[in-house]
Design a protein around this ligand. Structure first.
Ligand SMILES: Cc1cc2nc3c(=O)[nH]c(=O)nc-3n(C[C@H](O)[C@H](O)[C@H](O)COP(=O)(O)OP(=O)(O)OC[C@H]3O[C@@H](n4cnc5c(N)ncnc54)[C@H](O)[C@@H]3O)c2cc1C
Length: 387
């Protein structure tokens, strides 16, 4: 098998890259270890920045998102039992976010790949990039019981936080920066209409809580929990009680159809490129989800990479590829800082009673009381420009 760009991973990053390259007439093959059904059911992020929705629109995959996505122009911060609205539109010159599930973005991208006759190769095993520091890279894998070698010019590592591309980079070429947080999020999806029109981020002495939504009949909630929490210990009754207490809200409840624990981690690898390997999305960086940045960063990386590959294949101009890592890392570190800041301000830290708690409260009061501080939150949340 031969192609121009071999892509590992059919998450939002890999699928969008294949789609953008296809529109420019650049060949690619996406190698994915999961089934299509699994990808289309995987519930994860759901907040899209304006830059993300604009890109999906111009790439011709935004039609259903525009119809079904919910546009929000603010969020609520809740602490001390009171809610305070951060008005994104007023603070950022009209910008907002769109609430549209990541699995819906993935469905739309897969439909576009199918229409182009270029679906990923699903359920691949033993995926292994090779020859990344030479000029003949390849991806080895087993598909439908047969061993294959995909020869390509460029390998795009879009295989998420537990992928094979980052560990395949030549030894010592990349440096990792990392922070683990001493808690996790219990995320649930419930078949109930949202009890609020906009997202609510709550800081409570029992821990953080978030009320989000996916559609007029599906709500998404998160509760700060222990790092090693077992979702089985969280009965439906316990979850609803805890949400009502932390959100200080008369919540409507409904059947819980999905429950999972996500550890909180910050991670960046530099540079995001080594030889013929270019990393994009979660393969290169992880943010704690408090800032709603993971999916948006993946899309921003792919925008830069697709443009650089267009120049490379059209004219042989590699300036874009050489600048890829530096260009992306500027946005990545801004998002890393914002996500860390939101996480630090809103969570209960095991050793944080007393002094830290007073600082958090002071920071929250400043954010809701000062236009300058509220603008900092708003402009970071809706997304600072495009890379
Ligand atoms: C459990 C979880 C919950 C999350 N919740 C939120 C949230 O609530 N809000 C938020 O903003 N962000 C959230 N995120 C982050 C957000 O979903 C990610 O930032 C986003 O998925 C990044 O897209 P990606 O394409 O880079 O990676 P991914 O979506 O992870 O896609 C990587 C793809 O590569 C495939 N793959 C992995 N290894 C291999 C291999 N060896 N061979 C072939 N294919 C491989 C995977 O199956 C996957 O399809 C969450 C992430 C996780 C893991």
């Amino acid at each position: 098998m031969r192609t121009q760009v071999g892509i590992v991973g059919a998450g939002p990053a890999g699928l969008l890259l294949a789609h953008l390259l296809g529109r420019d007439g650049i060949g690619s093959v996406v190698v994915e270890r999961r089934s299509r059904e699994h990808l289309e059911r995987r519930v994860r992020a759901g907040v899209l920045e304006q830059g993300t929705t604009d890109l999906l629109d111009t790439a011709g995959v935004g039609e259903r998102m525009r119809r079904e996505g919910m546009v929000h122009h603010g969020i609520e911060l809740r602490f001390g039992g009171d809610g305070h609205r951060i008005d994104f539109a007023a603070l950022t010159g009209g910008y907002g976010i769109t609430v549209y599930g990541q699995q819906e973005v993935v469905k739309d991208l897969l439909a576009a790949r199918e229409a182009a006759g270029a679906l990923p190769l699903f359920e691949c095993e033993d995926v292994e990039p090779a020859g990344l520091d030479g000029d003949r890279p390849a991806i080895h894998f087993i598909h439908a019981g047969e061993r294959h070698e995909l020869q390509c010019e460029i390998v795009a590592g879009c295989d998420g936080s537990h992928g094979v591309c980052l560990p395949s980079a030549p030894n010592g070429a990349l440096v990792a920066y990392e922070r683990e947080y001493p808690f996790a999020w219990l995320g649930i999806l419930a078949e109930v209409a949202p009890s609020t029109e906009e997202l609510i981020y709550a800081r409570h002495e029992r821990g953080f809580a978030l009320h989000s939504m996916r559609s007029p009949v599906l709500s998404r909630f998160y509760l700060q929990c222990e790092r090693d929490a077992d979702p089985g210990d969280w009965t439906d009754e316990r979850i609803w009680d805890e949400l009502r207490t932390r959100l200080a809200l008369d919540l409507a409840s409904g059947p819980i159809v999905e429950k999972g624990v996500t550890p909180m981690r910050s991670f960046v690898v530099e540079p995001m490129q080594s030889g013929r390997l270019f990393l994009a999305g979660d393969a290169a960086h992880i943010v704690p989800p408090t800032g709603a940045k993971g999916l948006n960063l993946a899309v921003a990386d792919v925008r830069v990479l697709a443009a650089a590959l267009r120049d490379h294949f059209a004219t042989g101009d590699d300036a874009g590829l050489r600048a890829y890592s530096d260009t992306c890392l500027r946005r990545v570190w801004r998002a890393e800082h914002f996500s860390w800041w939101m996480t630090s301000m809103l969570h209960r830290f095991p050793d944080g009673a007393g002094f830290e708690e007073k600082l958090q409260r002071s920071q929250l009061e400043y954010v809701v009381g000062s236009e300058a501080a509220a603008t900092t939150l708003a402009e970071n949340y809706v997304g600072l420009g495009t890379a």
